[in-house]
Design a protein around this ligand. Sequence first.
Ligand code: ADP
Ligand code: MG
Length: 351
Amino acid sequence: MASTVRTKARPTIHEFDLIRALHQRHGRRTPSVIQGIGDDAAVITSRAGQWTVLTTDLLTEGIHFDLRTATMADIGFRAAAANLSDVAAMGATPQYLLVALAIPRTGARQHVLQLYRGMMAACRPHRVELIGGDTSASGGGWFLSLTLIGIVPPRKALFRNGARMGDHLYVTGTIGDSLAGLRLLNEPPPRVKRHPRAAAFSTRHRKFLIGRHLRPTARIAEGRWLSTHRFATSAIDISDGLSGDLRHICEESHVGVELDLDALPLSPACRAYAASRRLDPVNLALTGGEDYELLFTVSPRQRPQLEQSATKRGFSLARIGTIHPLRFGIQALSTDGRHHRLANTSYKHFT
Ligand code: ADP
Ligand code: MG
């Protein structure tokens, strides 16, 4: 899976040719795009009365991705999924993408095309259009910045600050998978038998976890469903880890929370991985970032409709806690019935 980025000596990239190639491959026009790639700026029509949602992410080589364990296409896919997930957490529909890119001397045109292939593979199911960007050389590694634009009906956007006392806390999908996948990628190759029980861990589970890390799914349909039906009082996507992202909801909403550790949704693969490495899977779920699942709160009155509607649509949800007054703080309830203060163990760049 190693990328070939570092093997070639200074291939030349012709910027205009590259932009033309990107335009041809990915710059399809929908009627709402008045001007896409090719002019000084993009022009779009906006739907009257809709709210516009804007988000941007910067990814740098060595901090957010590692070319030894991910292909350029994986990196593009994951970057797009992270941005799509932010839009999902707002309850919005993503529409347009802008991409700024700094290419190191070792980067070749082929790498850029692969990067965009991955990015657009994540965007295509949501009909997100590439409408522009910027390209530069880099004196260091790769830099990739994505800007995503979306819409949401007025007053339907989901914020972090709406959680109220008594609300139930829910999460979509399963959590901890991405961290398990990342750890697998960083482990020495399986033939070096570091873990005596590693053999018990199946190839299927391994593929699933690595897939969850390299090719995460943004929960766009779930986010729109939560906002359309006004089910969620607050929402956030899990990008830094459950413990940290839950803290954001609590701080913004001025509430406390009781998190039921027994209820955390863990995949069979995550459980199997944890068992084979003698880890607590709950720890993977609490600290692991980049699962890109949605974490949200729902008033008790809405609970029956929410759960019925989720079942009907095949959305997987787990109820993992209850909102309490601020003075309750952030507490985890463990299997033995004891309460613990939840440590903030999520990913931090600057410590
Ligand atoms: P300018 O000098 O005005 O910034 P550029 O030559 O950088 O113009 O860009 C020309 C067109 O190509 C613009 O429409 C811009 O949005 C698009 N573009 C440039 N770089 C990229 C990129 N990396 N990805 C997508 N579109 C790009
Ligand atoms: Mg430019």
